[in-house]
Write a new protein. Sequence first.
Length: 259
Amino acid sequence: MNILAIGDVVGSNGCAFLRAHLPQLKKLKGIDLVIANGENSADGNGITPASADYLFHSGVDVITTGNHAFRRRECYPLFDEEPNLIRPANFPEGSTPGHGLCVVDMGRVQVCIINLMGVVYLDSLGCPFAAADRLVKEAQSLGAAVILVDFHAEATAEKRALGYYLDGRVSALFGTHTHVQTADECILPQGTGYITDVGMTGAIHSVLGVEVSSAIERMKTKMPVRFTQAKGDAKMDCILFSIDTASGKTVEIERIEIV
């Protein structure tokens, strides 16, 4: 089974580039399932019903999110209504819309996608390691033979630590949030596919998808600046996991950048 994970989609520019290139990539690589982090897919930050719908209709099967998941209130109901739009599972239960995992029925196999968020240099949420233990057990109880984790985190060490912690218990773990594709894709000793950060889908000449001049102004002046999404030539960063559905382990991993 071939599963594609796409790095943080930034604004309408990133969404349009994804729509233009994903269908061909799916056909070329024989992709069975597509996961994309969409927490920045709306212009101006966050995710809206419109940007989520755009990604789903562009060929994305599951949308994950992160620390910007709830920037736009209009999307709160969608987190409860759309099972394939998920948020980090270690947000507080009961007071937070939505769910931290989803299971996709592929016919011959059940695939579970888990969304977690790091706590190093980010919001003080529940422990992602404890949440991972709970969710992996839940995924197994739901009959999922293939389990993937989007770990939305800032610190490289935290991502790598969770990757090794879950090695052999999940099929793959990929990092999101930092918007820079790392060159450390690998298969861990017990068969879990891993990459520290998938990267970004959006404007190439930007600061993590943000217009360069506004990012520089914020850093030089230390004053509040309204960030706008950068325009121009774009790219799509992604990672392709080839997973043996019998064992649930990654057998091949490929880092991809489309420009």
